[in-house]
Design a binder for this molecule. Structure first.
Ligand code: SF4
Length: 243
């Protein structure tokens, strides 16, 4: 019997969470409370759908030919996948056994010793660093930044291919010192292949309303093209590849 976990949903041909066409598994449960979360219904591990690793692998196998043809793979996203480390480890291990590339999208808010073993079966980490200023980070997510930086340093030590993701939120994460200090930190790491600058959007706002949660970014606009370009230019000025 394989491990059973909780998922929110799956997407059989994702194109934004790693290279090529991806089979994306969105796991249930997240300890963060990001103000802009577009999947607020992912929060509670008590919700979601129960599924076994065997069932997921059987589903993935229906798509392996075009996933491989596109240079894609399987991405575990969330929620926070590393809330269910054994489940995620087994999915990634089974995917690698059938020669499928594995990517893990994580906030990094994890106990590093618990998740080191999972990382052995992950080919690419998509690490969300939502802010470099700890106060802004806490305001945005309700949790501490330090575990994410600890994971980032560890991934660098083990030379694990990583893409850093940064959501650009006007009047929050866009502060000049925040972007330059993040750029400086990321440029000191050995393993980061690129940074993705993701413009804030409000596509999840209706879900907050449906769930009766208070959406605090109602009046925050998406970043202007000029602000996005300025942010990209700062990262590039530190020698980083962007998007
Ligand atoms: S880490 Fe992702 S799933 Fe969790 S609250 Fe933040 S945006 Fe939502």
């Amino acid at each position: 019997m394989t491990t059973i976990g909780k998922i929110h949903s799956i997407e059989s041909c994702g194109t934004t969470d790693g290279p090529g066409i991806r089979f994306v598994i969105f796991t249930q449960g997240c300890p963060l409370r990001c103000l802009y979360c577009h999947n607020p219904d992912c929060r509670n591990l008590t919700d979601g759908k129960q599924v076994s690793v065997d069932e997921l692998i059987a589903e993935i196998q229906k798509y392996t030919s075009y996933i491989r043809f596109s240079g894609g793979g399987v991405t575990i996203s969330g929620g926070e996948p590393l809330m269910q480390p054994q489940f995620v480890k087994e999915i990634c291990q089974r995917c690698q056994e059938i020669d499928l590339h594995t990517a893990l999208d994580t906030s990094g808010f994890v106990d590093l010793d618990t998740v080191k073993d999972v990382l052995n079966f992950v080919d690419l980490v998509l690490l969300d660093i939502k802010s470099f200023d700890p106060e802004i980070y806490r305001k945005l997510t309700s949790v501490s930044l330090e575990p994410t930086l600890k994971l980032a340093r560890y991934l660098s030590e083990i030379h694990k291919p990583t893409w850093v993701r940064f959501v650009l939120v006007p009047n929050l994460s866009d502060a000049h010192h925040n972007v330059t200090e993040l750029a400086h930190f990321v440029s000191s790491l050995s393993n980061v292949e690129k940074i993705e600058v993701l413009p804030f959007h409000k596509m999840g706002e209706y879900k907050w309303e449906q769930l009766g949660y208070d959406y605090q970014l109602k009046d925050t606009p998406p970043p202007s093209p000029e602000l996005v370009q300025k942010t990209i230019d700062i990262f590039k000025s530190y020698g980083l590849k962007v998007n």
